[in-house]
Design a binder for this molecule. Structure first.
Ligand code: FES
Ligand SMILES: [Fe+2]
Length: 385
Protein backbone atom coordinates (compact mmCIF):
# COMPACT_ATOMS: atom_id res chain seq x y z
CA UNK A 1 0.00 0.00 0.00
CA UNK A 2 1.38 3.33 -1.00
CA UNK A 3 1.09 5.79 1.84
CA UNK A 4 3.11 8.69 3.08
CA UNK A 5 3.33 10.36 6.43
CA UNK A 6 3.42 14.08 6.69
CA UNK A 7 1.61 17.29 7.37
CA UNK A 8 -1.68 18.47 5.97
CA UNK A 9 -2.23 19.24 2.30
CA UNK A 10 -1.74 22.86 1.31
CA UNK A 11 -5.47 23.62 1.20
CA UNK A 12 -6.01 22.65 4.88
CA UNK A 13 -7.00 25.79 6.78
CA UNK A 14 -9.46 27.25 9.24
CA UNK A 15 -12.84 27.77 7.62
CA UNK A 16 -16.52 27.82 8.58
CA UNK A 17 -18.61 24.65 8.66
CA UNK A 18 -21.86 24.57 6.72
CA UNK A 19 -24.63 26.44 8.58
CA UNK A 20 -26.54 24.50 11.22
CA UNK A 21 -29.73 24.55 9.12
CA UNK A 22 -28.06 22.39 6.44
CA UNK A 23 -28.31 19.60 9.01
CA UNK A 24 -32.05 19.82 9.75
CA UNK A 25 -33.91 21.93 7.19
CA UNK A 26 -36.44 19.75 5.27
CA UNK A 27 -36.12 21.82 2.08
CA UNK A 28 -32.34 21.48 2.09
CA UNK A 29 -32.67 17.75 2.76
CA UNK A 30 -35.02 17.35 -0.22
CA UNK A 31 -32.56 19.21 -2.44
CA UNK A 32 -29.73 16.92 -1.32
CA UNK A 33 -31.84 13.89 -2.18
CA UNK A 34 -32.51 15.14 -5.70
CA UNK A 35 -29.05 16.53 -6.46
CA UNK A 36 -26.83 14.07 -4.64
CA UNK A 37 -28.54 10.86 -3.56
CA UNK A 38 -30.54 10.23 -6.73
CA UNK A 39 -27.66 11.34 -8.97
CA UNK A 40 -24.77 9.19 -7.83
CA UNK A 41 -23.69 5.59 -7.40
CA UNK A 42 -24.65 4.19 -4.01
CA UNK A 43 -23.24 1.16 -2.26
CA UNK A 44 -26.30 -1.07 -1.98
CA UNK A 45 -24.82 -4.30 -0.67
CA UNK A 46 -22.86 -7.39 -1.58
CA UNK A 47 -23.33 -9.86 -4.40
CA UNK A 48 -23.57 -12.79 -2.00
CA UNK A 49 -26.68 -11.29 -0.38
CA UNK A 50 -28.64 -12.23 -3.52
CA UNK A 51 -26.79 -15.22 -5.00
CA UNK A 52 -29.68 -16.87 -6.92
CA UNK A 53 -32.18 -15.83 -9.52
CA UNK A 54 -35.19 -14.19 -7.81
CA UNK A 55 -33.31 -13.36 -4.60
CA UNK A 56 -33.87 -9.76 -3.66
CA UNK A 57 -33.10 -7.09 -1.11
CA UNK A 58 -34.58 -3.65 -0.65
CA UNK A 59 -32.69 -0.43 -0.04
CA UNK A 60 -34.34 2.62 1.46
CA UNK A 61 -33.09 6.13 0.67
CA UNK A 62 -35.28 8.57 2.62
CA UNK A 63 -38.83 8.14 1.22
CA UNK A 64 -37.70 6.04 -1.76
CA UNK A 65 -37.34 2.27 -1.70
CA UNK A 66 -35.56 0.21 -4.35
CA UNK A 67 -35.75 -3.53 -5.10
CA UNK A 68 -32.42 -5.10 -6.02
CA UNK A 69 -32.71 -8.56 -7.51
CA UNK A 70 -30.69 -11.22 -9.33
CA UNK A 71 -31.90 -12.03 -12.85
CA UNK A 72 -31.76 -15.39 -14.63
CA UNK A 73 -28.80 -14.04 -16.63
CA UNK A 74 -26.88 -13.56 -13.38
CA UNK A 75 -27.05 -9.79 -13.66
CA UNK A 76 -28.26 -7.56 -10.86
CA UNK A 77 -31.31 -5.41 -11.64
CA UNK A 78 -32.92 -2.67 -9.60
CA UNK A 79 -36.40 -1.16 -9.67
CA UNK A 80 -38.34 1.42 -7.75
CA UNK A 81 -40.32 -0.53 -5.15
CA UNK A 82 -43.57 0.96 -6.47
CA UNK A 83 -46.49 -0.75 -8.22
CA UNK A 84 -47.53 0.84 -11.51
CA UNK A 85 -51.24 0.31 -10.78
CA UNK A 86 -51.99 2.58 -7.85
CA UNK A 87 -48.56 2.99 -6.33
CA UNK A 88 -48.47 0.40 -3.58
CA UNK A 89 -45.12 -0.58 -2.10
CA UNK A 90 -44.36 -4.02 -3.59
CA UNK A 91 -41.86 -5.51 -1.12
CA UNK A 92 -42.05 -4.74 2.57
CA UNK A 93 -39.26 -7.07 3.69
CA UNK A 94 -35.56 -6.17 3.81
CA UNK A 95 -34.76 -9.29 1.75
CA UNK A 96 -36.45 -12.34 0.29
CA UNK A 97 -37.03 -14.45 -2.81
CA UNK A 98 -39.44 -13.97 -5.71
CA UNK A 99 -41.00 -17.36 -6.34
CA UNK A 100 -40.77 -18.32 -10.05
CA UNK A 101 -39.31 -14.88 -10.79
CA UNK A 102 -42.61 -13.09 -10.16
CA UNK A 103 -43.06 -9.89 -8.18
CA UNK A 104 -46.67 -9.79 -7.02
CA UNK A 105 -48.20 -6.60 -5.66
CA UNK A 106 -49.83 -7.12 -2.24
CA UNK A 107 -52.72 -4.76 -3.13
CA UNK A 108 -54.50 -6.09 -6.28
CA UNK A 109 -52.00 -8.78 -7.34
CA UNK A 110 -50.49 -7.23 -10.43
CA UNK A 111 -47.62 -9.51 -11.31
CA UNK A 112 -44.25 -8.40 -12.73
CA UNK A 113 -41.34 -10.36 -14.21
CA UNK A 114 -38.53 -9.93 -11.67
CA UNK A 115 -35.87 -10.21 -14.41
CA UNK A 116 -37.22 -7.39 -16.56
CA UNK A 117 -39.83 -5.56 -14.48
CA UNK A 118 -42.38 -6.15 -17.24
CA UNK A 119 -46.02 -6.47 -16.27
CA UNK A 120 -46.83 -10.17 -16.73
CA UNK A 121 -50.40 -10.25 -15.48
CA UNK A 122 -53.08 -7.86 -14.24
CA UNK A 123 -56.02 -9.88 -12.81
CA UNK A 124 -59.32 -9.46 -14.69
CA UNK A 125 -57.74 -7.29 -17.37
CA UNK A 126 -56.99 -8.85 -20.76
CA UNK A 127 -53.89 -7.84 -22.69
CA UNK A 128 -55.89 -6.47 -25.63
CA UNK A 129 -58.26 -4.37 -23.61
CA UNK A 130 -58.78 -0.97 -25.19
CA UNK A 131 -56.81 1.76 -23.50
CA UNK A 132 -54.49 -0.68 -21.75
CA UNK A 133 -51.08 -1.73 -23.02
CA UNK A 134 -49.12 -3.87 -20.52
CA UNK A 135 -45.88 -2.62 -22.06
CA UNK A 136 -46.59 0.80 -20.63
CA UNK A 137 -46.78 -0.50 -17.10
CA UNK A 138 -43.37 -2.05 -16.45
CA UNK A 139 -41.66 -1.32 -13.15
CA UNK A 140 -39.41 1.72 -13.33
CA UNK A 141 -35.84 0.47 -13.35
CA UNK A 142 -32.70 2.19 -12.11
CA UNK A 143 -29.08 1.41 -12.92
CA UNK A 144 -27.35 -1.40 -11.04
CA UNK A 145 -23.81 -2.75 -11.38
CA UNK A 146 -21.47 -5.06 -9.51
CA UNK A 147 -17.82 -4.36 -8.80
CA UNK A 148 -15.46 -6.47 -6.70
CA UNK A 149 -18.38 -8.21 -4.99
CA UNK A 150 -20.18 -4.95 -4.16
CA UNK A 151 -23.57 -3.97 -5.62
CA UNK A 152 -24.04 -0.34 -6.67
CA UNK A 153 -27.22 1.46 -7.73
CA UNK A 154 -27.86 4.81 -9.37
CA UNK A 155 -31.31 6.39 -9.83
CA UNK A 156 -30.09 8.84 -12.47
CA UNK A 157 -30.77 7.38 -15.94
CA UNK A 158 -28.23 9.79 -17.43
CA UNK A 159 -25.42 8.98 -15.02
CA UNK A 160 -22.03 7.80 -16.30
CA UNK A 161 -21.24 4.13 -15.76
CA UNK A 162 -19.77 3.00 -12.45
CA UNK A 163 -16.39 2.50 -14.15
CA UNK A 164 -16.40 6.05 -15.45
CA UNK A 165 -17.63 7.58 -12.21
CA UNK A 166 -15.08 5.72 -10.11
CA UNK A 167 -12.23 5.65 -12.65
CA UNK A 168 -12.19 1.88 -12.34
CA UNK A 169 -10.12 -0.19 -12.17
CA UNK A 170 -7.31 2.32 -11.46
CA UNK A 171 -8.90 3.90 -8.40
CA UNK A 172 -9.38 0.45 -6.89
CA UNK A 173 -6.12 -1.13 -7.85
CA UNK A 174 -4.27 -0.43 -4.60
CA UNK A 175 -6.82 -2.63 -2.80
CA UNK A 176 -6.59 -5.61 -5.17
CA UNK A 177 -4.56 -7.55 -2.66
CA UNK A 178 -7.59 -7.75 -0.36
CA UNK A 179 -9.45 -9.75 -3.06
CA UNK A 180 -12.78 -8.35 -1.93
CA UNK A 181 -14.59 -10.21 -4.70
CA UNK A 182 -13.64 -13.43 -2.94
CA UNK A 183 -14.60 -12.38 0.59
CA UNK A 184 -18.00 -13.18 2.06
CA UNK A 185 -20.31 -11.47 4.52
CA UNK A 186 -19.97 -13.12 7.95
CA UNK A 187 -22.22 -10.67 9.76
CA UNK A 188 -24.28 -7.57 9.12
CA UNK A 189 -25.48 -4.89 11.50
CA UNK A 190 -27.99 -2.04 11.32
CA UNK A 191 -27.69 1.17 13.32
CA UNK A 192 -30.40 3.83 13.66
CA UNK A 193 -28.86 7.21 14.32
CA UNK A 194 -30.72 10.39 15.23
CA UNK A 195 -28.49 12.66 13.18
CA UNK A 196 -28.32 14.10 9.67
CA UNK A 197 -26.43 11.87 7.22
CA UNK A 198 -23.73 14.51 6.66
CA UNK A 199 -22.81 14.53 10.33
CA UNK A 200 -22.04 10.81 10.04
CA UNK A 201 -19.83 11.40 7.02
CA UNK A 202 -18.22 14.48 8.58
CA UNK A 203 -17.35 12.28 11.54
CA UNK A 204 -15.84 9.63 9.29
CA UNK A 205 -13.68 12.23 7.56
CA UNK A 206 -11.55 12.96 10.59
CA UNK A 207 -9.76 11.09 13.36
CA UNK A 208 -9.44 14.22 15.50
CA UNK A 209 -12.13 12.64 17.70
CA UNK A 210 -10.48 9.21 17.91
CA UNK A 211 -8.42 9.87 21.02
CA UNK A 212 -11.47 11.30 22.81
CA UNK A 213 -14.22 8.80 22.03
CA UNK A 214 -12.57 5.61 20.72
CA UNK A 215 -10.57 3.85 23.44
CA UNK A 216 -10.59 0.53 21.55
CA UNK A 217 -9.56 1.98 18.19
CA UNK A 218 -6.95 4.25 19.77
CA UNK A 219 -5.43 1.29 21.55
CA UNK A 220 -5.17 -0.92 18.45
CA UNK A 221 -4.18 1.82 16.00
CA UNK A 222 -2.93 4.89 17.86
CA UNK A 223 -4.31 7.93 16.04
CA UNK A 224 -1.50 10.02 14.62
CA UNK A 225 -1.77 13.73 14.06
CA UNK A 226 -1.22 14.47 11.28
CA UNK A 227 -2.49 11.28 9.88
CA UNK A 228 -1.10 9.28 6.99
CA UNK A 229 -2.69 9.66 3.61
CA UNK A 230 -2.15 8.16 0.23
CA UNK A 231 -0.13 10.37 -2.07
CA UNK A 232 -1.28 12.31 -5.09
CA UNK A 233 -0.22 9.72 -7.63
CA UNK A 234 -2.97 7.40 -6.44
CA UNK A 235 -6.05 8.13 -8.53
CA UNK A 236 -8.71 9.88 -6.48
CA UNK A 237 -11.96 10.81 -8.18
CA UNK A 238 -14.80 13.12 -7.20
CA UNK A 239 -16.24 10.36 -5.02
CA UNK A 240 -13.39 7.88 -4.36
CA UNK A 241 -11.16 9.09 -1.53
CA UNK A 242 -8.10 7.16 -0.45
CA UNK A 243 -7.72 7.89 3.22
CA UNK A 244 -4.47 5.99 3.75
CA UNK A 245 -3.87 3.63 6.60
CA UNK A 246 -3.24 3.45 10.32
CA UNK A 247 -0.54 1.22 11.78
CA UNK A 248 -0.99 -1.38 14.49
CA UNK A 249 0.25 -0.73 18.00
CA UNK A 250 3.44 -2.72 18.76
CA UNK A 251 2.45 -5.96 20.46
CA UNK A 252 -0.91 -6.08 18.63
CA UNK A 253 -1.30 -8.71 15.92
CA UNK A 254 -4.72 -7.65 14.62
CA UNK A 255 -7.03 -4.64 14.55
CA UNK A 256 -9.42 -5.71 17.30
CA UNK A 257 -9.93 -5.14 21.00
CA UNK A 258 -7.27 -7.45 22.45
CA UNK A 259 -4.87 -7.53 19.51
CA UNK A 260 -4.89 -11.33 19.32
CA UNK A 261 -4.82 -13.18 16.00
CA UNK A 262 -7.99 -15.26 15.67
CA UNK A 263 -7.68 -15.79 11.92
CA UNK A 264 -4.87 -15.93 9.37
CA UNK A 265 -4.14 -12.74 7.44
CA UNK A 266 -5.43 -12.50 3.88
CA UNK A 267 -3.10 -14.56 1.70
CA UNK A 268 -2.08 -11.86 -0.80
CA UNK A 269 -1.17 -9.09 1.62
CA UNK A 270 2.37 -7.80 1.75
CA UNK A 271 4.16 -8.22 5.05
CA UNK A 272 3.96 -4.47 5.65
CA UNK A 273 0.22 -4.32 5.03
CA UNK A 274 -0.51 -7.05 7.56
CA UNK A 275 0.24 -4.42 10.22
CA UNK A 276 -2.15 -1.76 8.95
CA UNK A 277 -5.78 -0.98 8.43
CA UNK A 278 -6.47 0.83 5.16
CA UNK A 279 -9.41 3.17 4.64
CA UNK A 280 -11.30 3.95 1.46
CA UNK A 281 -14.11 6.50 1.55
CA UNK A 282 -16.76 6.75 -1.14
CA UNK A 283 -18.79 9.96 -1.27
CA UNK A 284 -21.53 10.58 -0.40
CA UNK A 285 -22.10 7.76 2.02
CA UNK A 286 -19.76 4.84 2.53
CA UNK A 287 -16.41 3.77 3.87
CA UNK A 288 -14.49 0.53 3.64
CA UNK A 289 -12.04 -0.41 6.39
CA UNK A 290 -9.57 -3.09 5.32
CA UNK A 291 -7.83 -4.89 8.17
CA UNK A 292 -5.44 -7.77 7.58
CA UNK A 293 -8.03 -10.49 8.33
CA UNK A 294 -11.42 -8.83 7.80
CA UNK A 295 -13.07 -5.92 6.03
CA UNK A 296 -15.67 -3.70 7.67
CA UNK A 297 -18.00 -1.59 5.54
CA UNK A 298 -20.35 1.15 6.68
CA UNK A 299 -23.01 2.33 4.25
CA UNK A 300 -24.95 5.37 5.50
CA UNK A 301 -28.46 6.22 4.27
CA UNK A 302 -30.63 9.24 5.01
CA UNK A 303 -34.03 8.60 6.59
CA UNK A 304 -35.16 12.11 7.53
CA UNK A 305 -33.29 15.41 7.87
CA UNK A 306 -32.30 14.46 11.42
CA UNK A 307 -32.23 10.67 11.08
CA UNK A 308 -30.02 8.13 9.32
CA UNK A 309 -29.53 4.38 9.07
CA UNK A 310 -26.15 2.68 8.79
CA UNK A 311 -25.75 -0.77 7.30
CA UNK A 312 -22.60 -2.48 8.50
CA UNK A 313 -21.02 -5.45 6.71
CA UNK A 314 -18.22 -7.66 8.01
CA UNK A 315 -16.37 -9.58 5.30
CA UNK A 316 -14.11 -12.55 5.93
CA UNK A 317 -12.17 -15.12 3.99
CA UNK A 318 -14.76 -17.74 2.92
CA UNK A 319 -12.36 -20.51 4.00
CA UNK A 320 -12.50 -19.10 7.52
CA UNK A 321 -16.30 -18.85 7.56
CA UNK A 322 -16.67 -22.48 6.46
CA UNK A 323 -14.80 -23.80 9.47
CA UNK A 324 -16.92 -25.20 12.32
CA UNK A 325 -14.89 -23.25 14.86
CA UNK A 326 -14.81 -20.00 12.84
CA UNK A 327 -14.39 -17.07 15.21
CA UNK A 328 -15.27 -13.59 13.97
CA UNK A 329 -16.63 -11.90 17.07
CA UNK A 330 -13.42 -9.94 17.75
CA UNK A 331 -13.86 -7.89 14.57
CA UNK A 332 -17.57 -7.38 15.26
CA UNK A 333 -16.98 -6.29 18.87
CA UNK A 334 -14.33 -3.81 17.74
CA UNK A 335 -16.41 -2.07 15.08
CA UNK A 336 -19.68 -2.34 16.96
CA UNK A 337 -18.09 -0.44 19.85
CA UNK A 338 -16.45 2.08 17.52
CA UNK A 339 -19.69 2.64 15.56
CA UNK A 340 -21.74 3.19 18.70
CA UNK A 341 -19.18 5.70 19.95
CA UNK A 342 -19.32 7.51 16.61
CA UNK A 343 -23.09 7.60 16.40
CA UNK A 344 -23.46 8.86 19.97
CA UNK A 345 -21.11 11.74 19.08
CA UNK A 346 -23.10 12.45 15.90
CA UNK A 347 -26.35 12.58 17.87
CA UNK A 348 -24.84 15.15 20.23
CA UNK A 349 -23.66 17.17 17.24
CA UNK A 350 -27.17 17.04 15.76
CA UNK A 351 -28.61 18.56 18.90
CA UNK A 352 -26.13 21.41 18.81
CA UNK A 353 -26.55 22.01 15.09
CA UNK A 354 -30.24 22.69 15.70
CA UNK A 355 -29.48 25.40 18.26
CA UNK A 356 -30.33 29.01 17.39
CA UNK A 357 -26.84 29.86 18.63
CA UNK A 358 -25.34 27.72 15.84
CA UNK A 359 -27.26 29.21 12.90
CA UNK A 360 -24.09 30.31 11.14
CA UNK A 361 -22.29 27.07 11.96
CA UNK A 362 -18.94 26.38 13.59
CA UNK A 363 -15.28 26.06 12.60
CA UNK A 364 -13.33 23.51 10.65
CA UNK A 365 -9.69 23.36 11.72
CA UNK A 366 -6.80 22.26 9.47
CA UNK A 367 -7.05 18.82 11.14
CA UNK A 368 -10.62 18.67 9.78
CA UNK A 369 -9.41 19.13 6.19
CA UNK A 370 -11.19 16.02 4.94
CA UNK A 371 -14.44 17.31 6.46
CA UNK A 372 -13.84 20.52 4.52
CA UNK A 373 -13.34 18.46 1.35
CA UNK A 374 -16.64 16.67 1.98
CA UNK A 375 -18.41 19.98 2.61
CA UNK A 376 -17.08 21.24 -0.71
CA UNK A 377 -18.23 18.07 -2.49
CA UNK A 378 -21.77 18.49 -1.10
CA UNK A 379 -21.92 22.19 -1.90
CA UNK A 380 -20.56 21.65 -5.43
CA UNK A 381 -23.11 18.92 -6.13
CA UNK A 382 -25.94 21.16 -4.93
CA UNK A 383 -24.67 23.99 -7.10
CA UNK A 384 -23.88 22.02 -10.26
CA UNK A 385 -26.66 19.41 -10.46
S1 FES B 1 -51.54 -1.03 -6.41
FE1 FES B 1 -50.44 -2.76 -7.04
S2 FES B 1 -51.90 -4.04 -7.94
FE2 FES B 1 -53.00 -2.30 -7.33
FE1 LIG C 1 -14.86 7.59 14.81
Amino acid sequence: MKSIEGGFPSHAKFEPTAPGSDYYDPGHFREELEKIWFKTWLLAGRDEEIPNRGDYKTVQVAHESFIITRALSGEVNAFYNVCRHRGSRLCTEAAGHFSKGNIICPYHSWMYNSDTGELAKAPNISDDEEGFNPENHSLVSIKAESWDGFIWINADPDSPSLAESFNLPESWSIYEQYEMQRLKVGKTGTYHVKANWKLLMDNAEECYHCGTIHPELSKATPPMQPRQWVDEEVPDTKVIKHVGSMGLRPGFERVNIDGNAYRPVFPSLSEEDTRKIAYLHIFPHAYICMASDYVFIASIFPVKPDESVVKGYYLFDPDVLEKDDAYIQDAIDFWDATCKEDWAACELAQEGNESRSYQSGGTLTPIDWRVADFKKYVQDELKNN
